[in-house]
Design a protein around this ligand. Structure first.
Ligand code: SAM
Length: 299
């Protein structure tokens, strides 16, 4: 039997997953990064960056549906969306499904990721990069929100883990900038790691974001290739009504949107905000730590 080539994820010390690389489609090693795209019989096309699984064809829909439709349907009247990161195009594919949205700005730090994903992961974007409502900006998300004079109804931070270029997207300065770029009633959401494995990332986000909004919490979904437990999504807004919707109202909005989903349902939406006791305990501990005053320093 032919010897398999394996890709070992190295995100966590002493614990991880591996994928058989049935066919390597693209590999690029530069001073900044080592990016690999390969086929795997169970998960389809897989993109990995510096030893960390970024996205797979088989389970990306869970992550992209939950980071898009939860804030958009909770808000109820979204006209403008800002996506930070998201170079693979999966988030954009879900956002463009909402026909009432008039403007989409996507700020991706690396044009190469967009071009590569259009070529090697076409099922992620499915032509969404051609949507006339999209303005694609190649820039650092931090620099963009620092200078942006535009306001958005929903901001989605779909970035890498808080290492390398992604690190700045987990700082107080970035959260302050995003809050400033939200319209009244606007909602910010972000990928925030797997709570069971990266509890400190949730605590840091809560401690930093709580200075700027009336409500900061998390919701979750199990994304198989983000290993170690449920993926946490940060939620931050002054729009307290957005999380008080009754199931019947959310269901009406979902049906009226006309979108098709494979993971998201209104019941899953509401249930996703129910956090396990150990996460609630960790979040309470984070808020009880000093340093939550205005513009808390980044720990
Ligand atoms: N779904 C993946 C996850 O949860 O880790 C991330 C998806 S996507 C591949 C992450 C994107 O964030 C990449 O295209 C990367 O280039 C981009 N990115 C990282 N840091 C960034 C920054 N500071 N500003 C804008 N985009 C950034």
């Amino acid at each position: 039997m032919e010897k398999q080539t394996l890709y070992y994820e190295t995100l966590h010390q002493g614990y991880g997953q591996y994928f058989a690389m049935d066919r390597v489609l693209f590999e690029q090693k530069t001073a900044q990064w080592h990016l690999t795209i390969f086929d795997n019989a169970r998960f389809g096309r897989v993109m990995a960056l510096d030893g960390v699984i970024q996205t797979t064809e088989r389970d990306e829909f869970i992550y992209h549906e939950m980071l898009t439709h939860v804030p958009v349907l909770a808000h109820g009247a979204v006209k403008s969306v800002l996506i930070i990161g998201g170079g693979d195009g999966g988030m954009l594919r879900e956002v463009v499904k909402h026909r009432q949205i008039e403007r989409i700005v996507m700020v991706e730090i690396d044009a190469a990721v967009v071009e590569m994903c259009k070529t090697w992961l076409p099922n992620h974007s499915q032509g969404a990069f051609d949507d006339p409502r999209l303005e694609l900006v190649i820039d650092d998300g931090m620099a963009f929100v620092d200078h942006c004079q535009e306001r958005f109804d929903v901001i989605i931070s779909d970035c890498t883990d808080p290492v390398g270029p992604g690190e700045v997207l987990f700082t107080s300065a970035f959260y302050a900038g995003c809050k400033r770029c939200l319209n009244d009633g606007g909602i910010f959401v972000a990928q925030n790691g797997v709570g069971f494995m990266q509890e400190d990332e949730l605590q840091n986000t809560l401690r930093r974001m709580s200075s700027y909004v009336k409500e900061c919490t998390f919701y979750q979904a199990a994304v198989p290739t983000y290993i170690g437990g449920n993926m946490a999504f940060a939620w931050a807004t002054d729009n307290l009504a957005a999380r008080q919707l009754r199931l019947s109202e959310l269901n009406d909005r979902y049906v009226a949107s006309g979108i098709n989903t494979r993971y998201y349902t209104p019941k899953v939406h509401l249930a996703s905000f129910a956090l396990p006791a150990f996460i609630e305990t960790a979040l309470s501990a984070a808020l009880s730590v000093s340093g939550i005053e205005e513009g808390a320093q980044d720990a």
